[in-house]
Design a protein around this ligand. Sequence first.
Ligand SMILES: Cc1ncc(COP(=O)(O)O)c(C=O)c1O
Length: 408
Amino acid sequence: MDRCDGAWQGTGASPVYHGGDLAQARRRFPAAPEPWIDLSTGINPRPYRLPPLAAEAWTRLPEAAAVAELEAIAADTFGVADPGRVAATPGTQAAIQMLPHLLPGPRVAILGFTYQEHARVWREAGRSVTVVETMAELGRFDLGLVVNPNNPDGRLVPAADLAAAARAMAAAGRTLIVDEAFVEVMDPDDGVASQLPAAGAIVLRSFGKTWGLAGVRLGFVVGAPDFAAAMRRAFGPWAVSGPAIAAGRAALADHRWLAATRTRLRRDAARLDALLVAAGCRIRGGTPLFRFVEHDAATALVDRLGAAGIHVRRFPHDDRVLRFGLPGTVAAWRRLASALRPPSLDHASPDRTADDATSTDPASCEPVSATLPRAPDDRSHTALRARRTIVQQHSPGTSSPLRRHDGN
Ligand SMILES: Cc1ncc(COP(=O)(O)O)c(C=O)c1O
């Protein structure tokens, strides 16, 4: 079987390899059972349940007033007092691609290693991109970029440190960009959007990940009012679709769902950790939406999972590390537990049918089986916090085994 390098590729839209490409997984493991279980992304597998959308969401051009209402709801959810500072975009990725068109400055620093699209878009715009290891280094460039919590390792820079860096950079006429695509699943005070200086700082928020509705393509940019206005203008009219506006308005206003989801994701992430550790993985970090692990025989593990129709994220620069998203159904947890079990023990568990994996009943995702290691609910949050702290010790500022790579 091929090793990771060269085996997993980007697409015509971007040379960067991303998770979520089941077509590649199917080509590589043609005999795997269907349907595939896609654990290669950090998208919530139990999405917000949308109410039926009005026919006008599909048939009419989205009105500016509806976008403004969506932005006001988003501002409230993000703790941003002035809704004029929030601009809705057709996904965070689209906003990332727009940033070089709106922000001057020849020298860009990115706190690595991280989501690789950032480096790609700035380099393709002709800027000099340096991947740095510490916040202190970042502050010396025209533009600094931090993904927080980081994808894929969950590194978390405290919001107070980010706010202080943003103020210092703004005072020097520089800009700090914080990509908070995964922050909603963290503690509410981990987000920095509510603490930014009036200018010189920009925050990106994703709708797809936490609310599990990545196909909707909705994201937000938080910045100074004139920057938010420039972002709206750069995208032009009707950039955010009617269904995206309706979905965002319903989901973002449901704060109870978000609170319950945070709790559930932490519990599920702790359970996933237990399965992964039992399979010989060392947990390197992550967030409640994904776990980043190291395994001495990661390639063999990926092959075993692939043969079982389970897709996980590999990293072209290092074939010992993997990222696992959360299973979303009882059947998916069972299939994962069975595939992770060393082959010598596999006869202990009956095979599951492919149909099991299609269960979508959220109630069926409650604790499932005595065969799954379980983390007590009241300790899972503490466990995740503790691991996150360990990741923080790696960086910024100290040596990280991944520091020389900026790939994701
Ligand atoms: C750190 C980070 N930022 C932004 C994005 C893009 O998210 P969206 O789906 O909102 O475009 C991703 C997608 O994986 C990501 O990992």
